[in-house]
Write a new protein. Structure first.
Length: 158
């Protein structure tokens, strides 16, 4: 009876290996079918007559679960162990590093509309007024309307 169980166990492993490798030799194809491999046309039951060993399946599942729990527990233990060592290796924080940071107050304009009006007035003075651009008084700025009136009818080529 133990040889039958051993033969089934190794037969199952070799079947998995043969299925994964895709190598089914000519010996497997020429092997005569056993009586337990009956199909429906020959009057067989139409299903696999031998059951899977539930005890072995439960042991494998329990082993996988225990392995997963041990690995997860080891990772958690290593994480806390390594983190504690890293914290101890760090230098102590200075008073400047531990003090509360207070951001500066916002730089708001007291009267933004007055500032905008002053900027627009200065821009209009530059566009509509006369002024010298250099200290030697060689270049001057004139209003746009006056510059357009002077250039009308004249060619712009030098």
């Amino acid at each position: 009876m133990s040889t039958d169980r051993t033969q089934r166990r190794y037969g199952f492993v070799s079947t998995i290996i043969a299925g994964l490798s895709g190598l089914r030799g000519p010996a497997a194809a020429s092997r005569p079918r056993q009586s337990s491999e009956k199909d429906e046309s020959s009057g067989g039951p139409g299903y696999e007559v031998s059951d899977v060993n539930v005890g072995n399946t439960a042991r494998v599942m329990a082993g996988l679960m225990v392995t997963a729990l041990v690995v997860i527990g080891g990772m958690v233990w290593l994480r806390t162990f390594v983190a504690a060592d890293q914290r101890q290796a760090l230098p102590k924080l200075t008073a400047q590093q531990t003090s509360r940071l207070v951001p500066p107050p916002p730089n708001l304009q007291a009267d933004p509309y007055a500032d905008l009006d002053a900027e627009r007035a200065a821009e209009n003075r530059r566009l509509d007024g006369y002024a010298f651009l250099d200290a030697s008084r060689q270049r001057a700025r004139i209003p746009i309307d006056r510059a357009m009136a002077l250039t009308v009818g004249r060619t712009l080529d030098p």
